[in-house]
Design a protein around this ligand. Structure first.
Ligand code: NDP
Length: 302
């Protein structure tokens, strides 16, 4: 593996850059400058969602980043997500027609003609889930999304698509790090050519989402283990963040680190000058602690 622009195949025609920049919890005050700085630092993949409520300012950052770096829209990979609604939160599931409109609204806010990947953010659509998926396939056919996929879907949700005889998603974006490895879901996805995209790779760090009010279901045991990867990172002469992100890309998962800090932003894309040896990968494979912690306010697997 070499270079920060390494990609993983997404389907037979497209590929996804292995390192993307996450935009959840970036305020509208910070987003334009942060996204533009990420592009200047070498990120060529931006992950956003209507649910993050920052699409306009993320779009402004994309525009200014492309302009300042003198690169074309085609050189950047942008992911957006449909908020599917959630009846459990009193939020009616989006119909197919509303799904098409939501994508148009996101494109308008982002200032883009198309996204590279459009995802259903979570399987909350209930009896509208398949209709939402059919609408995403329509968006791909119309060229509004180059690839389409899902996020936080489990085997049952993916099986529902398969049973309906519909094309399977190009990708499933899920929480993946050594403490949440989801082996059964990943083997199902591999068997069906669904690319894994890893979010919240940095969960094990003591610095992960430390500000008050940020969603986290980290247990006290996990908090007490915040230096679990320190010795291993020291062995490779990298930070614990780099080790955790390298674990993702070395397993073939695109990763989406978010940082407002310019040094960390640069560090998080510098993953290709070392590799984790087999013995350490084997040790990390034994560290699984289950389903994940990034959605404290609701279980996205339901
Ligand atoms: P990350 O795993 O990217 O961790 C971000 C946190 O770690 C922040 O608190 C950040 O603080 C800190 N951090 C970042 N870099 C370093 C570093 N090098 N050293 C120490 N601390 C560091 O978490 P997210 O949960 O934001 O996930 C990443 C992205 O994945 C999101 O932004 C979003 O795009 C996507 N996502 C998707 C979800 C879905 O349901 N599909 C759910 C959750 C995330 P600081 O900013 O101060 O550096």
């Amino acid at each position: 593996m070499s270079g920060p622009t390494i990609t993983f195949p997404l389907n037979s025609e497209t590929a996804i850059p292995a390192v993307g920049f996450g935009t959840y919890l970036i305020s509208n005050d910070d987003a334009e400058l942060t996204i533009s700085s990420a592009i200047a630092a070498g990120y060529r993949h931006i992950d956003t969602a209507s649910g993050y409520r920052n699409e306009e300012t993320v779009g402004a950052g994309i525009k200014s980043g492309l302009h300042k770096e003198g690169i074309a829209r085609a050189d950047l990979f942008v992911t957006a997500k449909l908020w599917p609604g959630n009846p459990a939160w009193g939020d009616a599931p989006k119909t197919g027609e509303q799904t098409l409109e939501e994508c148009d609204a996101s494109l308008a806010r982002l200032g883009l003609d198309y996204v590279d990947l459009y995802l259903i953010h979570a399987p909350y659509g209930g009896n509208m889930r398949l209709e939402q998926w059919r609408a995403l396939l329509e968006l791909k056919a119309r060229g509004k999304a180059r690839s389409v996929g899902v996020s936080n879907f489990n085997e049952g949700h993916l099986d529902e698509i398969k049973a309906a005889g519909l094309p399977m998603p190009d990708a499933n974006q899920i929480e993946l790090h050594p403490w949440s490895q989801k082996p059964k879901l990943l083997s199902y996805m591999k068997a069906h050519d669904i690319a894994p995209i890893a979010y919240s790779s940095l969960v094990p760090l003591s610095t992960w989402r430390v500000e008050k009010g940020q969603d986290s279901a980290k247990t006290d045991d996990m908090k007490a283990d915040s230096t679990a990867f320190k010795a291993m990172a020291e062995k490779y002469g990298v930070s614990e963040a780099q080790l955790l992100l390298r674990w993702g890309v070395q397993n073939g998962y695109a990763v989406l680190p978010k940082s407002l800090n310019p040094d960390r932003m640069r560090q998080n894309i510098d993953l290709f000058s070392f590799s984790i040896d087999e013995a350490d990968m084997a040790t990390m494979a034994t560290m699984d602690r289950g389903e994940g912690v990034a959605w404290a306010s609701g279980d996205p697997s339901k």
